[in-house]
Design a protein around this ligand. Sequence first.
Ligand code: IMP
Ligand code: MG
Length: 183
Amino acid sequence: MKVARTLISREQIAARVGVLGGQITIDLQGELDRSGQTDARIVMVPILTGALVLTADLIRHIPLKMNIRPVVVSSYPGTATSSQGANIHGAVPTDLGGAHVIIVDDILDSGRTLGLLKRVIAAQRPASLRIAVLLRKNKPGGRDEHVEVEYAGFDIEDEFVIGYGLDYDGYFRNLPDIGAMGE
Ligand code: IMP
Ligand code: MG
């Protein structure tokens, strides 16, 4: 396997992440202003390991007081390129009631990972709950689980991608551009 072609360049990613951060800032500030609770907690919940790189860049475009509480979610053992379902490892924060929560992941694919985490967090009754992903994969046959995301960096075709946090079998997360895997 090798990277067949660059799909999204580091410059394109950087520009888009800046825009997403600006939108998220406006929306969260709006929540605080509307509720009158200007000291309400904002908690970002990145899904590791894929959201590592996006989160590092995104948070520097969100100049609000917030906590960052990563969770580890992994797919059940399947092939390196297809998820068989999601599995939460370790602790999910249990103090999200009343907080403004934003879940961050690298990609929305089958929807199982984000669907699961969204249900678990929603059960705590946060004041608001949003999802940001860098990539949203087009699934012609529909997703296993329908999940709405409020912020999506790029819509891509249904092909396997790596780089900027996204892995193939644990590797390539450190590539600065997003590429499609070749044969
Ligand atoms: P889900 O299928 O929406 O539950 O996504 C599960 C996880 O699979 C994502 O968080 C990614 O880490 C991973 N994933 C899905 N599609 C790709 C891809 O094209 N490249 C690398 N990882 C992917
Ligand atoms: Mg992954």
